[in-house]
Design a protein around this ligand. Structure first.
Ligand code: PLP
Length: 257
């Protein structure tokens, strides 16, 4: 069985973060493992508290997994602060990690800063150059490149720029723009676009986490980058179509088995 590791934050209400990642791994028939970087107190209405995990324990978690288990893909999600980013970088570099998907999580849909604003530089400096694929949404791509994105051409430019920062592939997710959910991939030579219909629902908590974990699962299973993204887009579209309400706020997507 393929083994996939998520390095990310815990979401107590189970819709995003580590919990979404592990559900996505199971739904893809891969074995999921987790290195927790932070614990959030969260429900469908927002994030109410965060406790960062110490650098020592983050390092420890990564080391004991890689010392023992062959990891087929890694996904990085919420990384909180500069010190967290540095320790993940320094520790992972000691191992032959592969298929590294970096989801540059910054602000939750409810408006909470999951990445401290001053850690942006560290994310660009340490994590983007290690990545097989980086998966920013429009707002994250704007923060990373420092440029406004208002349409397809800007998305293309951002993908090229993030590739130039050292990522092998950059996928800019267009879900925050009007119309269909169009994502743009740059592979160093060509641009490919991936389209899926916009689904009208309030319940989209954890969609970014789910997409990046689905891509990591598909890469672990040996799919090419384009196949991995195409399959993950189909998966997240179906998961959003069947999303549901569990509380007073934004509900989760549905992870099919
Ligand atoms: N909580 C954690 C731990 C996350 O990693 C993320 C996103 O990556 C979120 C919350 C935000 O989820 P959303 O913006 O989909 O509500």
């Amino acid at each position: 069985m393929k083994k996939v590791l998520t390095i990310a934050g815990s979401d107590s209400c189970g819709g995003a973060g580590i919990q979404a990642d592990l559900k996505t791994f199971s739904a893809h028939g891969v074995y999921g493992m987790s290195v927790i970087t932070a614990v959030t107190a969260q429900n469908t209405q927002g994030v109410f508290g965060v406790q960062d995990i110490s650098e020592e324990i983050i390092m420890n978690q990564i080391e004991v997994i890689f010392d023992d288990i062959e990891v087929d893909a890694v996904k990085i999600g919420m990384v909180s602060k500069t010190e967290t980013i540095k320790v993940i970088h320094d520790t992972l570099r000691k191992y032959p990690y592969k298929n590294l998907v970096v989801d540059p999580v910054m602000v939750s849909k409810s408006g909470y800063h999951l990445l401290q604003p001053d850690a942006k530089k560290a994310l660009i400096h340490y994590l983007i150059p290690m990545a097989t694929l980086v998966t920013p949404n429009i707002l994250e791509a704007e923060v990373i490149t420092g440029k406004r994105i208002t349409g397809y051409k800007d998305m293309e430019k951002a993908a090229v720029e993030i590739h130039q920062m050292g990522a092998q592939y950059a996928l800019i997710k267009g879900g925050h723009l009007e119309g269909d959910a169009m994502d743009i991939l740059f592979d160093g030579k060509n641009v490919t676009s991936f389209n899926s219909p916009r689904i009208s629902t309030e319940n989209t908590h954890g969609t970014g986490c789910t997409l990046s974990s689905a891509i990591a699962s598909n890469l672990a299973k040996g799919h090419s980058i384009k196949e991995a993204i195409e399959l993950a887009k189909n998966y997240i579209t179906m998961a959003i179509e069947h999303s549901f309400s569990i509380g007073k706020g934004v509900g989760p997507t549905h992870h099919f088995y």
